[in-house]
Design a protein around this ligand. Structure first.
Ligand SMILES: [Zn+2]
Ligand SMILES: [Zn+2]
Length: 228
């Protein structure tokens, strides 16, 4: 599985994932022009589909442009509705736990816990046998997929770096803090995992080097922090 983080923060998220046969874009939370430039024009012509977790602009900003460019876009019905594109002929609504195939990839939509309807993905390649979990904008992950080889997971904040109580309460109900990220990783079977990607770090409430060190120490795996 080749994973290329394009952008990862509350200013924008986009990740290219390929198994050599199928290439997908996870999230399209950048202006369309920037998305094309930053991917060296892999977007939109060389991708098989775009998967979007939820309607917030840091994940879905270019959803209408992607649809208009003729890209198959997969998201929850609520996400398409929130962006006003539910009737678009390229919009494919997905449901939690209803798997579907994108060429060589089997995708299982997983329920995420955010402040709007949000979906994560288990992505299994029939070409390579690899299995990846993609989970962001969620204060909790209920699913415990087995046989994972790659994990892309949110580590938004360190509670000790958040001073404002109102913000703290909002974060508790919308994003995953590093303590929860580590607890989750320790709760699932990591024996086949090769790499863990940390996503969506807050510029104000996280510490990149420290997060990397902590996750490495807790899991013994290679940890990559996705750059803004
Ligand atoms: Zn976000
Ligand atoms: Zn969000």
């Amino acid at each position: 599985m080749e994973i290329k983080p394009i952008a990862s923060s509350s200013k924008g998220n986009a990740y290219l994932v390929s198994d050599g046969m199928t290439t997908i874009l996870l999230e399209c939370g950048l202006p369309f022009k920037e998305l094309k430039h930053r991917t060296k024009f892999v977007v939109p012509s060389q991708i098989d589909a775009c998967l979007v977790s939820h309607s917030h602009n840091d994940h879905a900003k270019s959803l209408k442009d992607m649809l208009d460019a003729g890209v198959d876009c997969y998201a929850l019905k609520e996400t398409f509705e929130a962006k006003g594109v539910a009737a678009h002929h390229m919009a494919k609504s997905i449901k939690f736990n209803n798997p579907y195939y994108l060429k060589t990839m089997l995708i299982i939509p997983l329920e995420m816990m955010h402040d709007v309807p949000c979906v994560g993905f288990m992505i299994a390649s029939r070409k390579t046998g690899e299995r990846m979990l993609f989970a962001t904008d969620t204060y909790l992950i209920k699913a415990a997929p087995v046989g994972l080889t790659h994990i892309m997971i949110e580590a938004n904040y360190d509670v000790d770096l958040v001073e404002d109580d109102a913000l703290k309460n909002r974060l508790f109900k919308s994003h995953m803090g590093i303590d929860t990220t580590i607890d989750y990783l320790k709760s699932i079977n990591l024996s086949n995992v090769q790499q863990i990607y940390l996503m969506h770090l807050s510029s104000r409430h996280s510490n990149e080097a420290e997060f990397k060190k902590r996750v490495q120490a807790a899991t013994g795996k290679i940890v990559v922090v996705c750059e803004e």
